[in-house]
Write a protein of this length. Structure first.
Length: 114
């Protein structure tokens, strides 16, 4: 069964950092564009970052540019989201997504609070 499994969420103080991981099984994520989304309470799910199939291009939501970095490890079949200078408004459930195949992970909670 195809799976995307996120990990790395947690509670962090403003200004802190977290690294989210998304491990894929039953498909090779480097063959597809991969993205991270987030959904805050009472808000719609929004795209945060994406990385192309070749890894040559990455794009970010304006709200996270300069603070978040998407990357991947082909050998581990894993995509990452490094989050720095976190703000309370970054609090959300973060999801890994493969748009072409329609796969979503189960999500991981990130809470930024003092």
């Amino acid at each position: 069964q195809v799976q995307l499994v996120e990990s790395g969420g947690g509670v962090v103080q403003p200004g802190g950092s977290l690294r989210l991981s998304c491990a894929a099984s039953k498909f090779t994520l480097s063959s597809y564009l991969m993205s991270w989304y987030r959904q805050a309470p009472g808000k719609e799910r929004e795209v945060v970052a994406m990385i192309t199939r070749t890894g040559s291009s990455r794009d970010y939501a304006d709200s996270v540019k300069g603070r978040f970095t998407i990357s991947r490890d082909i050998a581990k079949n894993t995509v990452y989201l490094q989050m720095s200078s976190l703000k309370p408004e970054d609090t959300a459930v973060y999801y890994c997504h493969c748009p072409q195949l329609g796969y979503w992970g189960q999500g991981t909670q990130v809470t930024v609070s003092s």
